[in-house]
Design a protein around this ligand. Structure first.
Ligand code: GUN
Ligand code: FE
Length: 421
């Protein structure tokens, strides 16, 4: 996008995770989708440019959904009194099989992507289904609606119902053709290799995908060490590997372009492996509670220098709104704090905000913060509906209230990659 965009308002971001950076009544300047800075006074060189004045509203970076299942949008909110494996069999698999129908995919994927957009998601890392045509429909719709990021045709050739089971060789061959066609087809949306998780992929498929990742240099998106039932299956199949991480690593699926959801039960050396490979963890607090997976040690991951972002994990999570993920990341970390005998500090609100913005944003490049040289992803928030009077609150308190009690109705404008979207 060419041209200068200048937004005026109360500008807040988290260049570092420890604290909010605020500029009240400031100017956010971007030229050709490159941020020049946040200024209290507009620099003279921009004096002749048009300014979009958002008055007393808040301007924050884009929010990033690092793990979400597009087809599961259909049944979000159902079966949340089940555990993971039962929930997959009852709802996920039958629903996902319907995406062999392209008309069905068009209808539901449009509704899904519009919902992400309405909730302020700038970019996302998205699971599709095994069906290649549906995955391409999803990518087209994301591009059209300006929801950037990565989407995947998923791979699944074992431990799933016959109606969703791929032939192992075909699964890899289809993925190759799909990558070939889509790797540089769109501007905002690219393909990610997406094995569902270790239990539903044979070693033949994982090995084939590892080779494709190396050949095409594309991201990987999957689930890791999410649930005791899942991990038992993996230990049974690969007794020579101590944890999910070692299995993925063996097949070449852990790179600095890998995002893995959950990591609820990481082994000590698995944490080090994930950090050393530069993998991003998608923390999905609502889902971790809903499917009774457990509470991941996010504080420990952050202290170790592991990259962490937030995900909705629709439909393990029922809400597509990343404010919910931020709020519930703090909430779940408090339960972890209690569970750890008050040893493992809970997350602060700026930390949760950082995870939902810059923490996930780094996966897509330089987004999620208003630092110089970053791309312009931004949201304009109107919190007037949350209070009788805003006079009681500082700027950071206003943002804190939006995180905990705000929703899509508080989003006034959305900018993605230097364009109003
Ligand atoms: N593990 C494998 N598939 C899924 C899924 O659809 N949702 C969640 N939460 N975990 C999974
Ligand atoms: Fe998931």
């Amino acid at each position: 996008m060419k041209g200068t965009i200048i937004l005026k308002g109360n500008i807040i971001d988290t260049p570092t995770k420890d604290q909010f950076r605020c500029v009240e009544n400031g100017y956010l300047v971007a030229v050709d989708n490159e941020i020049k800075g946040v200024f209290q006074e507009l620099p003279a060189e921009y004096a002749k440019e048009e300014v979009t004045d958002y008055g007393n509203l808040l301007i924050i970076p884009g929010m990033y959904d690092m793990h979400v299942h597009a087809p599961q949008f259909v049944y979000r909110g159902l079966g949340l009194d089940m555990q993971l494996m039962q929930w997959l069999e009852t709802y996920a698999f039958p629903t996902e099989s319907r995406f062999s129908d392209e008309e069905y995919a068009r209808t539901y994927y449009r509704a899904f992507v519009q919902t992400l957009k309405k909730n302020g998601t700038a970019r996302a890392v998205v699971f599709g289904t095994i069906h290649v045509p549906a995955a391409e429909i999803l990518m087209d719709i994301m591009e059209e609606e300006k929801v950037g990021g990565f989407a995947g045709k998923i791979n699944m050739d074992t431990l799933c119902p016959d109606f969703l089971r791929e032939d192992s060789q075909q699964s890899v061959a289809d993925t190759r053709e799909w990558l070939e066609r889509n790797v540089s087809k769109r501007t905002l949306v690219k393909p990610a290799v997406t094995p569902r998780f270790i239990p539903t992929c044979t070693s033949q498929v994982l090995e084939g995908l590892g080779k494709l990742v190396k050949e095409y240099q594309v991201p990987v998106h999957s689930h890791i060490s999410e649930d005791i039932g899942e991990m038992d299956i993996v230990r049974g199949r690969y007794p020579e590997y101590a944890h999910d991480g070692a299995v993925y690593d063996h097949f070449g699926l852990l790179t600095d372009k890998t995002v893995m959801a959950h990591f609820v039960y990481p082994a000590e050396e698995e944490l080090e492996l994930i950090r050393d490979r530069g993998v991003t963890i998608a923390h999905c607090p609502q889902s971790n509670g809903n499917v009774a997976a457990g509470i991941p040690p996010i504080r420990k991951m952050l202290d170790m220098g592991i990259k962490v972002g937030l995900g909705s994990d629709i439909a393990g999570g029922y809400s597509p709104c990343l404010f919910r993920a931020m709020s519930e990341a703090v909430y779940l970390s408090k339960l972890k704090w209690l569970e750890s005998g008050k040893e493992e500090d809970f997350l602060s609100v700026p930390e949760a905000f950082y995870l939902g913005t810059k923490g996930g944003g780094q996966f897509f490049g330089k987004v999620g913060s208003f630092e110089e040289g970053y791309e312009l992803d931004a949201l304009v928030l109107d919190d007037t509906s949350l209070s009788v009077s805003l006079d009681h609150f500082s700027l950071t308190e206003r943002l804190e209230r939006l995180i905990h009690v705000g929703d899509d109705r508080n989003i006034t404008a959305r900018y993605v990659a230097g364009e109003k979207a």
